[in-house]
Design a protein around this ligand. Structure first.
Ligand SMILES: C[S@@+](CC[C@H](N)C(=O)[O-])C[C@H]1O[C@@H](n2cnc3c(N)ncnc32)[C@H](O)[C@@H]1O
Length: 290
């Protein structure tokens, strides 16, 4: 039942419709890519994401020279963090659909002295040009909420994994994301508008089912709440990005985006800020017939 060598070539990220800019990095303008890259780097080095990466890498408990594929690697901040771990001795391949982000990834890896540990590739996670069964571990760190077809990406990860290989999927449950404002509705309408920027805003709630259907056995999971109360902290680096990305996505005019961010930054200075989002990690093992 789970022995297919199905190649998901029918699905392509270019089919994405809607306002998810992280799902359209392959044809974005440079200004948008610059602010996205800044946000990815800031949050990737934040204590919350460092803890998340530590948690799933510890749960993997690597013991030899396992090969790791970081799918949807962006600027490679996660791949670099993984490369620095003492228990990671095998090759790391980091792949993203954006040539611009891959270019930055190579530069940052070189600046941080880990370029020799990571091979960077450009490509679509729905159909990866790598041989079947090449990897021991496939990591998707906030990729699935932006892809056209999460089930097809999971199927593709399964093809790339060796039998019994493991998949790690970490992402936000973005339908739970709230950012309080002083508007009469407390910011609910803004939350609804911003939600349009995530193609798969509830995919992490479906993940146990998607993994089972995709031929994986769930082995470990963890839930997190990222909540900034009083001062903006984890969310602070998304605020400058909102000034550019909300108008670029057509979610709201630039003046409205600036007013929204000005008020949130003021709330943070006044110790009145509130933003929150649930995140989840799933680790699952590829099932195969004995
Ligand atoms: C929110 S970012 C996460 C980047 C990185 N994993 C991190 O946590 O910093 C989502 C990334 O997925 C990439 N992406 C979106 N759709 C993709 C696809 N179909 N194939 C490969 N990468 C994709 C985007 O270019 C972007 O870099």
């Amino acid at each position: 039942m789970f022995t297919s060598t199905y190649w998901n070539s029918m699905v392509s990220q270019t089919q994405l419709t809607g306002q998810d800019l992280f799902g359209r990095t392959f044809d974005m303008d440079e200004q948008s890519l610059e602010v996205m890259a800044a946000r990815l780097e800031a949050r990737g080095k934040h204590a919350f994401f460092s803890q998340v990466i530590d948690d799933y890498m510890n749960a993997l408990a690597l013991s030899r020279d396992e090969t790791i594929l970081d799918l949807g690697c962006g600027t490679g901040v996660v791949a670099r963090t993984i490369a620095r771990r003492g228990d990671v001795k095998g090759r790391i391949v980091a792949m993203d659909i954006s040539p611009y982000l891959i270019g930055l990834g190579k530069r940052f890896a070189s600046e941080e002295g880990v370029a020799g540990r990571i091979d960077f590739l450009t490509g679509d996670a729905h159909s990866v040009i790598e041989p079947e069964g090449k990897f021991d571990v496939v990591v998707m760190h906030t990729l699935v909420s932006h892809v056209v077809d999460p089930a097809a990406v999971i199927e593709e990860a399964r093809r790339l994994l060796r039998p019994q290989g493991r998949i790690v999927i970490f992402d936000g449950d973005f339908a739970s994301r709230v950012c309080a404002t002083d508007a009469p509705d407390g910011g609910a309408e803004m939350d609804r508008l911003i939600l349009r920027m995530t193609a798969q805003s509830t995919v992490m709630r479906q993940m146990p089912r998607l993994l089972a259907k995709g031929g994986f056995e769930l082995a470990w999971s963890r839930g997190y709440v990222a909540a900034d109360i009083g001062r903006a902290d984890f969310f602070s680096s998304i605020l400058p990005a909102f000034r550019v990305l909300l108008p670029k996505a057509g979610v709201m005019p630039e003046a409205d985006a600036n007013e929204f961010v000005d008020k949130l930054e003021l709330a943070s200075r006044n110790n009145e800020f509130f933003a929150s989002c649930n995140f989840y990690t799933y680790m699952a093992r590829r099932l195969d017939r004995q």
